[in-house]
Design a protein around this ligand. Structure first.
Ligand code: CAO
Length: 404
């Protein structure tokens, strides 16, 4: 039996709208709740359901056309078997088109509205809607970027895999092979471990390595140390590196941003608060030095000394551990050349500093690494960032200006 599907009354005083997308073509199998076309008016986006189960015979509308109530949309050759009245949606539900308000710029995390122009079949759209999946974040591999059922399934599988706990290795009885001792991880280590695990799993990390010639900077730092009369003040490299980083962050604000949970909006922070990784007896802590860009180096030295002391003596407050926009992890006082730090979410980049060494020509060279979230930062930008950081570290005039 053939059935013409007409545009129902759209309600809300809308009697005409533009076809933004036609989701079916002749030969497609549809069922009652499958969306066949999407309409857009200046008030809303509306999905028009098939109303019948069967095969599409003919489509009468095309994207861009303006159509009014009663317009013929498609002809369906309907299935002849008697419908089970329990399974059939109520008449009212069938007639009423599904209406979604035009997406607002501020999306909620459960926003499943799709952009005009997005291509996906009715079944895929329905499943995505039911599961609360935003199709805009899936890249389609079908014809002209159409999102196929496989694309959607692949996306769901990837999300499930990401959410699943990491596989645990079977508990081994190590005492079979010799004496052992068990120690519970400290609370700090457990919290840090979970955060690092999540960052490692969820952020596509890339690490860029570089060096800087800090010969002059070291001479200058030593001269400041010599002049220093405050016994509590430690003039180490870290405060200089923090100041240099703020200069680069001002020039490359992407590195001082955060990605919103939906991964489609970047939040730029107009302040620069630098987190510093501190090695404590109970584990790694990252206190935050506020407004490093507007502080003289000597004040930054005092902040680093007082915050790292507070972290080590367990006197640090939650507030002093939060709000960072960029982190520096310095192992330079200990040793090693290069390491790959893990980004500290919700930040998008972290600098890892290693121990300086003297090169063949007598220059003092600082090796450093920049790990970054590749969803936000491209490799070229990262290379520009590290080059600029290196350049600033060898520009003494900058440090002279920001010492006091
Ligand atoms: N190259 C050579 N020497 C360096 C250096 C570098 N890159 N960085 C620091 N030093 C020197 C310092 O200048 C200091 O020497 P002087 O007394 O002659 O000035 C000495 O090493 C010790 O410095 P420090 O470690 O006490 O001070 P800092 O400001 O460099 O660092 C802090 C402070 C808190 C970052 C550091 O003590 C610390 O805890 N580092 C470990 C961080 C960490 O664990 N990161 C790993 C995280 S990822 O798992």
């Amino acid at each position: 039996m053939k059935k013409d599907i007409l545009l129902p009354d759209l309600g809300e005083g809308i009697d005409a709208a533009e076809v933004s997308e036609v989701l079916v073509s002749a030969g497609d199998k549809v069922s009652t709740r499958d969306t066949i076309i999407i309409l857009e008016s200046d008030k809303a986006t509306m999905e028009i359901p098939a109303e019948e189960t069967g095969t599409v015979e003919k489509v009468y509308v095309a994207p861009g056309e303006k159509i009014s109530t009663g317009a013929k949309l498609i002809t369906i050759s309907a299935k002849t078997e008697k419908a089970d009245p329990k399974k059939e949606p109520k008449k009212e539900e069938q007639k009423k088109p599904e209406t979604t308000q035009t997406p607002q710029p501020q999306k909620s995390t459960a926003d499943t509205s799709v952009s005009a122009g997005l291509k996906a079949g009715p079944g895929v759209r329905r499943l995505a809607r039911e599961l609360g999946i935003n199709l805009n974040v899936i890249s389609g591999t079908g014809n002209k970027g159409r999102i196929t059922r496989d694309d959607l399934n692949g996306f769901i599988k990837a999300q499930l895999a990401a959410a699943a706990a990491p596989p645990l290795s079977p508990a081994a009885d190590f005492s079979k092979w010799g004496e052992i001792e068990k120690k519970k991880l400290t609370r700090v280590k457990r919290i840090t471990g979970a955060r690092l695990q999540s960052a490692w799993r969820n952020i596509p990390h890339v690490t860029q390595f570089d060096t800087a010639d800090i010969t002059e900077l070291n001479t200058y730092r030593k001269s400041l140390k010599k002049k220093n009369t405050n016994p509590n003040r430690k003039i180490t490299f870290l405060p200089f590196l923090m100041k240099a980083a703020t200069r680069v962050l001002e020039e490359f604000p992407d590195f001082n941003s955060s990605l919103e949970p939906e991964a489609d909006v970047l939040v730029y922070k107009k302040y620069i608060h630098i987190g510093i990784a501190v090695d404590t007896e109970t584990g790694l802590m990252v206190p935050v030095v506020r407004d490093v860009n507007s502080k003289p180096i000597l004040d930054v030295c005092d902040d680093v000394a007082s915050l790292s002391e507070k972290a080590r003596s367990k006197k640090i407050t939650p507030d002093e551990l939060s709000g960072g926009t960029f982190t520096i992890s310095s192992l330079g006082g200990i040793g090693g050349t290069y390491f790959t730090p893990i980004v500290n979410p919700p930040e998008v980049a972290i600098l890892g500093v290693s121990k300086s060494f003297t090169s063949a020509d007598g220059s003092l060279i600082l090796p450093f690494s920049l790990s970054y979230d590749h969803r936000v930062i491209d490799g070229a930008a990262a290379a520009r960032f590290t080059s600029r950081f290196s350049e600033i570290l060898s520009d003494l005039s900058y440090f002279k200006k920001v010492t006091k």
